[in-house]
Design a protein around this ligand. Structure first.
Ligand code: AMP
Ligand code: ZN
Length: 111
């Protein structure tokens, strides 16, 4: 998707602080962290949101969660995974992403 911020991060047109990458998934640090550790995990393929997961792309989503589990091993005490979907949830980037938040006890409200 030419106009998508996260597709541009995938292509390298926009720089990011990568923490993990393989053929289909990328993880990088959120530019505006809401917790001591705030990582975004995305499929490299453009899927608009959690509302657009289908049998054709759900394996990619499962792989995102394998990556989340691996990255979460570094987060002693646990972590939170959040995916905002659509305007009511405050999704600002229309490319499916999972926020990993951790590094300290988190408030029960999600920023
Ligand atoms: P959401 O509001 O759930 O759509 O999350 C989008 C996230 O992307 C926000 O937490 C932003 O801080 C983050 N973000 C926006 N631009 C960048 C960027 N260039 N690099 C890293 N994170 C970004
Ligand atoms: Zn995209």
């Amino acid at each position: 998707m030419a106009d998508c911020l996260f597709c541009k991060i995938v292509s390298g047109d926009i720089p990011s602080q990568k923490v993990y990458e393989d053929e289909t998934v990328l993880a990088f640090r959120d530019i505006n962290p809401q917790a001591p550790v705030h990582i975004l995990v995305i499929p490299k393929a453009h899927i608009e949101s959690a509302a657009c997961v289908t049998p054709d792309n759900s394996a990619l989503v499962a792989h995102c969660f394998e990556v989340i589990a691996q990255l979460g091993k570094e987060l002693e005490g646990g972590f939170r995974v959040v995916s905002n979907c659509g305007p009511n949830a405050g999704q600002t980037v229309p490319h499916l992403h999972f926020h990993i938040l951790g590094g300290a006890p988190l408030s029960l409200e999600m920023a």
